[in-house]
Design a protein around this ligand. Structure first.
Ligand SMILES: C[S@@+](CC[C@H](N)C(=O)[O-])C[C@H]1O[C@@H](n2cnc3c(N)ncnc32)[C@H](O)[C@@H]1O
Length: 243
């Protein structure tokens, strides 16, 4: 069965995910950096360093949340960034953060669904998703939409959790992710489900080779995976072909 934020609810996954992120939006940044000891910032930076090579002028940040990936992408000069998310609560926190950092001319946030993007075909030079694809209700549909709005020869980067494979880190990570993280997450966020859903959704996500196959099935080419920090997370690179 698919990992769901609230197993007792009969709501579709998308509505549950939206509600959960609305609920934790004010604690999301704190918990994100606390629970990952700030390593998440390094991963976003690594992905943006790769993206920078293609010098995109327009970037779509899907599942932007509170905007951290979009903010990291401002390291690329002369670019316009559009961030979309289904959670108005996360976007609200993001808008305030972007204003505080003086980035409102570069980053625009709007409410939208990755599975039904309100953009014309072939619009963006690049697309990025940080810790978002795992939450899509229909992964293939979301990826197909992203491919549609990318320009031919556009590039796509996904940052997502994966599972370390090597002993003893694998065991240590499993203990941390399934025991410590849900406990701290629950205490700080006051949300009973969010940090139980996190390890469950990571466990279920088709990481590594399986995700590369899905990208290829959807129509992306030259797909590659770059594991980060013992394989806790992975950066995926994918391309849209020339017309
Ligand atoms: C873990 S947060 C990631 C936020 C940010 N990208 C980051 O790097 O921290 C996942 C986000 O995905 C969003 N999300 C989930 N499903 C979505 C969908 N179908 N369309 C747009 N956003 C979605 C959630 O609302 C949430 O804000």
């Amino acid at each position: 069965m698919a990992a769901l934020p609230n197993k007792k609810s009969v709501q579709p996954k998308k509505e549950q995910v939206e509600e959960m992120f609305d609920n934790i939006s004010h604690r999301y940044d704190l918990l994100n950096h606390l629970l990952s000891a700030n390593i998440d910032k390094i991963w976003r930076r690594n992905a943006i360093r790769k993206l920078k090579k293609s010098q995109p002028k327009t970037i779509l940040d899907i599942a932007t949340g509170t905007g951290d990936f979009a903010i990291a992408a401002t390291k690329i000069k002369n670019t316009e960034i559009t961030g979309i998310d289904i959670s108005e609560g996360m976007l609200d926190v993001g808008r305030k953060k972007i204003a505080r950092k003086g980035l409102t001319d570069i980053i625009k946030l709007q409410k939208a669904d990755s599975e039904n993007l309100p953009f014309e075909n072939d619009l963006f030079d690049a697309a990025i998703v940080g810790f978002g694809v795992r939450n899509f209700e229909n992964l293939e549909k979301g990826l197909t939409e992203i491919l549609r709005v990318l320009k031919p020869e556009g590039v796509f980067y996904v940052l997502e959790f994966s599972k370390p494979q090597k002993t003893p880190f694998k065991q240590f990570y499993k203990f941390y992710f399934t025991k410590i993280l849900p406990l701290v997450g629950r205490m700080v966020s006051k949300d009973t489900n969010a940090y139980t859903y996190l390890p469950e959704s990571v466990n279920e996500f088709p990481a590594g080779e399986r995700f590369l196959t899905i990208l290829a099935d959807v129509g992306f080419t030259e797909n590659r995976c770059f594991p980060q920090t013992f394989g806790i997370a992975s950066i995926y690179e994918a391309h849209k072909t020339k017309n």
